[in-house]
Each structure stands twice: as structure tokens, then as C-alpha cells.
Design a protein around this ligand. Structure first.
Ligand code: 48H
Length: 258
């Protein structure tokens, strides 16, 4: 006979065990879009304890929506290596342009990242950071439902050695740091430069250049990198997002190794 309260206890105990063991980690990632999932995969695969908080119910950020809800994404030559790594199938549209199913891409990224050991908590919003001696050293979280209902309920905190802002266009974590300590970001102006208009070719290159540390122990990747360092947008081409996730993992690991 199936007992309802046993189902409840299994869920509560298992979730709380995961949450408690995530209180301190090597890296916290904000956002489960393509760049955040990719970063989480490479960090976890290399043995770093990595936790990802995602505001939404679903994973993948802007990826499953493809271009204007046509659930396809385009990847260029440089990005193909990541599609292969994750087992994402693609067709050649014409030389240099490869088309993949955006749902398969999201599912493969998620599957591989989870199985590599990335711990993902969805429905949780990062609303602040912990800063000690001008270094980011963790995040402050709350249920996304609390944020949506605009309830006044205090958050809780998680510590990590490094934090990655993979929140896409709004660059939410860097924006929080800018708001609370204006002029101190590692950008030319000391503040967020702001995303520029569509220019796919330049944007794909600049996304990688802009993937870096933006404040001590806070790194940006994906669209957040372009928003913070003033790069353009690129539309539904995703090679830059995936390569940026890989690059941020590499530079974070380099810093963790000292
Ligand atoms: C927890 C949060 C918070 C928060 C946001 O937008 P994303 O898909 O991000 P990227 O950079 O990996 O990919 C960008 C790509 O999807 C895109 O938009 C492109 C290529 N646009 C080109 C163009 O021209 O428009 O994912 C970010 C994720 C989302 O799932 C958010 O829900 C989540 O981050 N998020 N999670 N705490 N404070 N803020």
C-alpha cells in the first residue's frame, strides 16, 4: 500500500539534505540559461562543488524558445565542439551555420550538467550577494514565489569561493553589486556599460572577450558579460553563450587553483 505521508517525507528529507549540503561550495552560479548550465557542467566535471540557483520553473533560459518561438537554434563553427561534447545533434544549414533543436539542446545541457554533479535548485531567486573585504563571497536567496507575490519575507544566505553571474540580459548580480558599491566594477567606467544593439558577428566574438571577473570573485558570462562590458546582442545564435560558459568555468578554476 502506498502511504501519502511517506511520499511527503521522502521529498522533504531529500530536498533539505541537498539544500543543507549546498550551504558552502566552491562556486555558485546565478541562472540556468545555456551559459550557466555549460559553466556548471565543466566546473562539476572537474570536481568543483558547484551550486546553481534558477529563478524560473523551467531550465534553459532563452534557449528553448529558439528564435521567435521557432524552437531551433543556430551555432557557428566554433560552437560545434560544445554541441559534440553534450551530444546535441545538428544539421548543416550552409557552410559555417549549424541548426539544432533548441529543446534537445536544453535537455542535453541539463542532463549532462546534472550527471556531472552540478546541483541545481529551480524556483529560487538570488536577490543579493555577501561581500567581505571588497570580495563577493556568497549569495542571498529567496523563493521566486515570494518575489512574485511581493511578500516581505527575509532571505537566507549561501557561501561560495566564487560567484558567476549567468543571468542573461539583465546581468542581475553585477547590477546588485553596482547598485550597492557604484563605480567599483572592473569595467572601463566602473559601472555597467550596457548592452548594445544587434550585431551578431561582433557579439559572438565579444561575448568571449567580455567573459571575465567583474568584481573580486564575481564573474560574468553569456549575455550578462555583454551587458556589463557593453557588447552587442546577437539574436538566436548560441555558440557564444556555450563557449562563454566553458570559458568562465576555465577562468574560475584557474583562480580557485590559485
Ligand atoms: C536566479 C536568475 C536571476 C536571479 C535571472 O537569459 P539566459 O538564457 O542567459 P544566457 O546568457 O545563458 O543566454 C542568453 C540567451 O538565452 C539569449 O537571451 C540570447 C542569445 N539573446 C540574444 C538576443 O539578441 O536577445 O538565462 C538566464 C537565466 C534565466 O533562466 C533566468 O530566469 C535566470 O537566469 N535568472 N536566476 N536569480 N536573480 N536572474
Amino acid at each position: 500500500m502506498i502511504e501519502e505521508t511517506t511520499i511527503s517525507k521522502a521529498i522533504i528529507e531529500s530536498y533539505l539534505k541537498d539544500l543543507l549540503s549546498s550551504i558552502e561550495s566552491d562556486v555558485i552560479i546565478a541562472g540556468a540559461g545555456p551559459s550557466g548550465l555549460c559553466a556548471g557542467y565543466y566546473l562539476a566535471k572537474n570536481g568543483y562543488k558547484t551550486i546553481l540557483f534558477e529563478r524560473a520553473l523551467k531550465l534553459g533560459g532563452g534557449m528553448p524558445g529558439g528564435g521567435i518561438m521557432f524552437n531551433k537554434i543556430v551555432v557557428q563553427d566554433e560552437g560545434k565542439v560544445i554541441l559534440d561534447e553534450f551530444g546535441i545533434r545538428y544539421e548543416t544549414y550552409q557552410s559555417g551555420y549549424y541548426v539544432a533543436d533548441s529543446l534537445e539542446a536544453t535537455a542535453c545541457l541539463t542532463d549532462k550538467a546534472l550527471k556531472a554533479g552540478l546541483k541545481i535548485f529551480n524556483l529560487i531567486t538570488i536577490e543579493d550577494v555577501i561581500v567581505r573585504e571588497q570580495c563577493v563571497s556568497g549569495v542571498v536567496i529567496n523563493w521566486s514565489s515570494v518575489e512574485m507575490a511581493k511578500l516581505h519575507i527575509d532571505p537566507i544566505s549561501f557561501k561560495s569561493k566564487m560567484v558567476i553571474d549567468a543571468t542573461g540580459h539583465p546581468a542581475e548580480i553585477a547590477t546588485i553589486v553596482e547598485r550597492k558599491s557604484s563605480g567599483t566594477l572592473l569595467t572601463p567606467s566602473g559601472n555597467i556599460e550596457g548592452e548594445k544593439s544587434m550585431w551578431a558577428d561582433a557579439a559572438e566574438r565579444l561575448t568571449l572577450e567580455n567573459t571575465k571577473e567583474v568584481y573580486a570573485n564575481l564573474f560574468v558570462c553569456g549575455m550578462a558579460a555583454n551587458a556589463v562590458f557593453g557588447g552587442p546582442r546577437m539574436g538566436p545564435i548560441f555558440g557564444g553563450m556555450l563557449l562563454s560558459g566553458k570559458k568562465v568555468a576555465e577562468i574560475v578554476m584557474e583562480k580557485l587553483r590559485g
